[in-house]
Each structure stands twice: as C-alpha cells, then as structure tokens.
Design a protein around this ligand. Sequence first.
Ligand code: ADP
Ligand code: MG
Length: 250
Amino acid sequence: MSVGSLTVRGIRTAYGAVTALDEVDIVASPGRVTAVLGANGAGKTTLLRTISGLVRPQAGQVLLDGADLTRAPAEDIARAGIAHVPEGRGVITELTVEENLRLGAMLGASRRKTRRGAQAERPSVQRGLEQVYEMFPPLAERRRRDAHVLSGGERQMLVIGRALLSGPSVLLLDEPSLGLAPRIVGQIFALLRGLVDAEGTTVLLVEQNARSALAIADDGIVLNLGRVVARDRAATLAADDALRHAYLGF
Ligand SMILES: Nc1ncnc2c1ncn2[C@@H]1O[C@H](COP(=O)(O)OP(=O)(O)O)[C@@H](O)[C@H]1O
Ligand SMILES: [Mg+2]
C-alpha cells in the first residue's frame, strides 16, 4: 500500500462561539489531488489547520494511514509526513533561495532520523534540491540570490519546493493561486499535477479559484459555512451548473 492516505472523520472545530467546521468527513488518497472549495469563510483554512494540529477539533479524528494524529503536537504531525503550505507565501527574504529550501530539508532530515536512522540524509537533501530545481527552473536560476528578488509566482514555487524538501506523503496547500496572474496559476498547477503523478503524493488543494483547481484535481469537496455540501469527481463538480453558480463562483 502506498503511504499517505488521509482520513478526516466527523471533525468539528470552533473558535469560541464560532463553529468553523461541523461533521466534516474527507478521504484523500495517494496520487490524487483533492480540491477543497468554497467561498471566503467556508472553513477551508480551518480544515488545513485542524489536520496539521494548529487548532484542536472539539470532535472527530484525523488519521494518516490509519494512525490517529488528532491529539498529536503539530511538529509530530509534520514529522509523520504532512506538510502544510499556509496562505501567504512566507519566504524568508533575507535568505537565499537555496537557504530557504534547505530549511525544508532540515525538517525532512529530522523526519528521516525518526523513521530509519540518519545515514542517508546528505545525499537525499542534494537529490531533493536537484528535483525542486528541475521542477521549478526559475528557482534554479536564482538559487544564490536573496529571496526578495522573487516574483509572487516564484515565491509560491519556493514555498511549495520547501515543503517538498521535507519529503511529505501529504501536501496541504492553502490558496496557492491567490494574487497570481492566470498564466502563472496554470503553470504552478500543471507542475503540481506532474509532481503528484510522478511521486504519488497526496494533495489537499484549498482554493477559491475553483475553476483552475478543478481543472487539475481528481476529486473535489465543497464547503459552505463549515459543512460539506458536495463531494464528487472533479469533472462532475465542474459540470454541475447549479453547484457552480451557488458555491463555486464560475
Ligand atoms: N482565529 C479565528 N478566530 C475566530 N474566528 C475565526 C478565526 N479564523 C477563522 N475564523 C472564522 O471561522 C470561519 C472559517 O474561516 P476560515 O477557515 O478562515 O475560512 P476560509 O479559509 O474558507 O475562508 C469564518 O467564520 C471565520 O470568520
Ligand atoms: Mg482561507
């Protein structure tokens, strides 16, 4: 069995009196992109924060390959193989592109140490860097430059690349398309699709840009006011006019 089966079961998460998620069930599988769609305030970010242990649910479970991570500390969840790329492209602009990427590799090293001893660390960091540069050529060209020279699209490549260097089995992406030109969004999503097909990574892709997300996703889930209102194959959701008009904004 390939690793990275993520199961979210009956999750309820609240901020004080505000219930952000209620009775949410999701299954995300290796080699598949699952789009999580819905308007602003639907609960998409809270879902990712709940999975990665940044907020605690009041009810329900998060399982990775059957192991219950619901009460685990966020760092243990990261070490278990779940990489979270939050909204906003937090690159460290004073460090070079490669230094930013190596920060991701440090987490990967500590994960590998936990899993199977430290011997193989160095070669895999180098190999990981080369893979990221191959996937994102603009990063390769600028590897020695400070990250502040990067455009918005390149910063998005950098934060995804940094997450990939930790060798995740599950990648959680929060609104990677935000503020990017459509052509750049298309490029980044195509690269993401290629990654999933090549590596068998499990991806949860949170997006308000439903049209672009459904174009590369296998499956989709629509949240509204914290509840799942639709789930299906991505192509089926994209073809549902009533659903598109009511919840997806295209
Ligand atoms: N830190 C917070 N404190 C209080 N309420 C919050 C907080 N973060 C989000 N919320 C509320 O939770 C709901 C879901 O928000 P969020 O998960 O950010 O949705 P989305 O990412 O889909 O826009 C919204 O009603 C939002 O106002
Ligand atoms: Mg959000």
